[in-house]
Design a protein around this ligand. Sequence first.
Ligand SMILES: Nc1nc2c(c(=O)[nH]1)N[C@H]1C(S)=C(S)[C@@H](COP(=O)(O)OP(=O)(O)OC[C@H]3O[C@@H](n4cnc5c(=O)[nH]c(N)nc54)[C@H](O)[C@@H]3O)O[C@H]1N2
Ligand SMILES: Nc1nc2c(c(=O)[nH]1)N[C@H]1C(S)=C(S)[C@@H](COP(=O)(O)OP(=O)(O)OC[C@H]3O[C@@H](n4cnc5c(=O)[nH]c(N)nc54)[C@H](O)[C@@H]3O)O[C@H]1N2
Ligand SMILES: [Mo]
Length: 760
Amino acid sequence: MAPATPELPPIDPEEAGLRVTGPADHAAGLTAVRVSMAKALRQMGPVKAARNLLSVNQTDGFDCMSCAWPDPQGHRHTAEFCENGAKAVSWEGVRDTAGPEFFAAHSLSDLAGRTGHWLEKQGRLTHPMVRRAGRDHYEPISWDDAFALIGSHLRGLASPDEAVFYTSGRASNEAAFLYQLLARAYGTNNLPDCSNMCHESTSVGLARTIGVGKGSISLEDLHRADLIVVSGQNPGTNHPRMLTALEIAKRNGARILAINPLPEAGLLRFDNPQKPRGLAGHGTGLADKLLRIRSNGDLALWQAIGQLLLSAGAIDRDFVDTYTIGFEAWSAHLRELDREAVLRATGLPWAEIEEAAAMLASSERIVHCWAMGITQHHNAVATIQEFVNVALLQGMIGKPGAGLCPVRGHSNVQGDRTMGIWEKPPAIFLDRLRDEFGFEPPRRHGHDATDAVRALRDGRASVFVGLGGNFVAAMPDTEVTAAALRGAGLTVQISTKLNRSHVDAGRTALILPTLGRTERDRTGGVEQRITVEDSMSEVHASRGRSAPAGPLLRSEIDIVCGIAAATLGAAFDIPWSAFARDYDLIRERIGRVVPGAAGYAEKIRSRGGFTMPHGPRDSRTFPTPEGKAVFTVSPLEVLTVPPGRLVLQTLRSHDQFNTTIYGLDDRYRGIKSGRRVVFISAEDLAELGFADGDHVDLISEWADGVSRRAERFRLVEYPTPKGCVAAYYPETNPLIPLDSQAAESGTPTSKWVVVRLVRC
Ligand SMILES: Nc1nc2c(c(=O)[nH]1)N[C@H]1C(S)=C(S)[C@@H](COP(=O)(O)OP(=O)(O)OC[C@H]3O[C@@H](n4cnc5c(=O)[nH]c(N)nc54)[C@H](O)[C@@H]3O)O[C@H]1N2
Ligand SMILES: Nc1nc2c(c(=O)[nH]1)N[C@H]1C(S)=C(S)[C@@H](COP(=O)(O)OP(=O)(O)OC[C@H]3O[C@@H](n4cnc5c(=O)[nH]c(N)nc54)[C@H](O)[C@@H]3O)O[C@H]1N2
Ligand SMILES: [Mo]
């Protein structure tokens, strides 16, 4: 199982069994229920499976960690989860563990030859472990010694900016709040997070145009919309509970316009597994129209739609006059729109664009939803601002049944940002932090995720702490990112399972095992709850029910407090050990520091929680510098690729959660027992002289002249637009140049990688 190139993650031997059956035309249904139950029973055993699956997303249970989709208010199904939620819960609840014996048996050199799938499959991490400089094994270490080691490294740095504090989006609000407090009390804003790779373009685009970097709707709005636009998103796999909301909306008369290069099963038809009709019948047809757009054609599409709406007079004049600025400049710009450029960029016939525009023109309550197919592009911020322009034109913000709905990924990624996990914190947040804790927080911006890699690579940073996640596998340019972490003086991973980021370890490296969302947290001798915020700004409590995977596990909060006390001692009188004993004390501080969270500790005691305020949604108040919503003008640049090259988008299979690979199948796209596939159109196969079933290496091309390679992929003929191919993340991350980033947001362009195919 030796890796093909020593630096690259190895190829799974199970790939040899790869089979291809072709795409499905609907999502969920009986298969989904059968698959999730079988997995749960196998991995957790019957008692734990029942306990865990019955408390997912219940008001007194835990928040499902598989996505950030909101829970319905009032009536909830007994089973308020989906197939992929059940997979996530089972994956955390496994009976297997990877403790000291495992690490004694497997050196780091051995682990370097294993796949990410194999690493996570070893089970839950149970003991704090250390890899001491020069050694090839992790060995056990006590919690106190681990904290002392971190403290001495951090205190020994020449500047606090030589440390990086990364967060993945599963951390609770309480853990996130204390983590940013630790970083800032220590002296740095180096708080990159998974948002930087995810919805950062959304945060930037929405902050500029409506003044708040978050979505503006509730679940109820989605149910009441008469048109729902789903751009660059695959909800059947990544937000399956959203299909239920789409089904309700359809029943209430809504139409759905989907915009995607691929005919994703979950966009076409939905068999709701929670209803008898869904279990046996043919389900609900979802998209009324699917625009099979070329990669990155969305900016052009929305400019064209804007122009068509303008000429059709589909304008909410009152809204535009009262609440916005910049309309004249925007409409003048669209009058000049080059139709030829639109056709080239989108690959769509003009008549289809007109049809889509007519759907918008004839709707009164429109919700715009989007995800990674929009945010992970060079011009992502401009694209988002362009459909915001259209939403403003039609007055679709701050009215029932209408609004903007960025669909977040990690279950608490939005909450983490609210709690101050941000390398560019707003001044008001820092002022309130100063007033509450009595120290002056650093004001200069910190590193985002890609800058963190550069700083580690160039020796400007030497300590990396990860609160969850798998930085090495999730980031672009795998070899560069891995080498950057290996060059660090100290890496600390607070994790539930083993992954690539523990293997590409710093000279000294720590693994700190933590409780997951499903597990009972009795820190301080009492049963604790944590809180989270979903994609629609609903905040609520979450409490795990299962016995922890091992007696030594600590909560993320406890671990952050341990690191903080060992690093900062009694500085600023921050009561770290009291915080760890009573999470209500943290919530009281959150209520005083976080804008919009006044009375936090009391509010989350109410069943179902509360909604964070949102000016545009609540009262059409737009907290931009101008005090109004802003129309923005973006030049239309059509990205092209040289002859013989293709545009690769990197996406998720139905059997993974980000870098966690549950299995090697992608049921909806007809792939079994393999992940190293490239979906490619019949035209491209013919033009490039390949056939379905051929094997190729992928080589990406970028301005720096470095040739990045990912090896041995099987070509799969698939209905994807000509010139646009798709393959799974994270196998393709070695192809994405670190510097290939979205303008303004810095998000890696995971959906736009220029590649060529070489027969192998
Ligand atoms: N089961 C499961 N659930 C998850 C995750 C998971 O891995 N597994 N991940 C979570 C996370 S962190 C996130 S961010 C979300 C991700 O949720 P998604 O954004 O749905 O994830 P992707 O698989 O990246 O899918 C991107 C979609 O955009 C389309 N697309 C690509 N390029 C373009 C383009 O140029 N234009 C348009 N219009 N469409 C395009 C692709 O064809 C694909 O359908 O899901 C969350 N939920
Ligand atoms: N090419 C390409 N790259 C991408 C993307 C893409 O579409 N294409 N998508 C990007 C996106 S949207 C995102 S959000 C990032 C994801 O980046 P990350 O959030 O860094 O990665 P994950 O794979 O979600 O992290 C998985 C690890 O989290 C740990 N973990 C799981 N649960 C818990 C918990 O409760 N607590 C703690 N402390 N640890 C836990 C486990 O050890 C597990 O191995 O990847 C990005 N990378
Ligand atoms: Mo994400």
